[in-house]
Design a protein around this ligand. Structure first.
Ligand SMILES: [Zn+2]
Length: 188
């Protein structure tokens, strides 16, 4: 993997090789991202790590993707090679070459310094908004709380946008384990 895979659009090009600095950083130091739909699964992992990662709808034209990145001050993550040819405004982008999840995670780590353990499972994977830990006594009717407690699958979290209640089931634990591996530099 080479640092020159990381593409900056426009004036920010001078920062190549020195880490991401500039307007797309937010107060807590995490970049806000706009992930191309073809990278949906890595995008969901970025959410699982606690990143604000918007995911563009399937079929979004490249120009619209770039416009949205600029409008919302997000770093674009895409594997469309045309992106490299685009020079527009002050937006920035990361061009991903990898085809599988571990390789893409490694690229994201190198390009953006992703902290995969920033805030594990703190966002709704579908809505990209923060979930809130909720009281099992109040929310337990939505799930079989007794079984979950026995299986160690608590706490419950709730998404205010889509009303989903999440617990730490097999899928969540699998994601959590992968985030921990990536955080340790083991891309599996
Ligand atoms: Zn949601």
């Amino acid at each position: 993997m080479k640092l020159d895979r990381r593409i900056f659009l426009g004036a920010a090009a001078a920062t190549v090789g020195t880490g991401l600095v500039g307007p797309a950083r937010v107060a807590d130091g995490l970049p806000r991202l706009l992930v191309d739909h073809m990278l949906l699964r890595p995008g969901r992992y970025l959410r699982a790590a606690g990143y604000d990662a918007a995911i563009a709808p399937h079929g979004t034209p490249l120009n619209d993707l770039i416009e949205q990145g600029l409008d919302e001050d997000r770093i674009i993550v895409s594997s469309r090679e045309k992106l490299e040819q685009v020079r527009a405004g002050q937006g920035r982008a990361v061009l991903i070459a990898g085809k599988n999840l571990p390789d893409i995670a490694a690229e994201l780590t190198q390009a953006l310094g992703v902290n995969w353990q920033h805030a594990p499972l703190s966002r709704c994977l579908d809505c990209n908004v923060a979930v809130e830990e909720v009281d099992a006594a109040t929310w337990g009717h939505r799930v079989n709380i007794g079984d979950l407690a026995v299986a160690g699958m608590l706490p419950l979290t709730h998404c205010g946008a889509c009303d989903s209640v999440y617990w730490r089931g097999g899928h969540a634990l699998e994601m959590q384990a992968r985030l921990a591996s990536w955080s340790a530099g083991q891309f599996v």
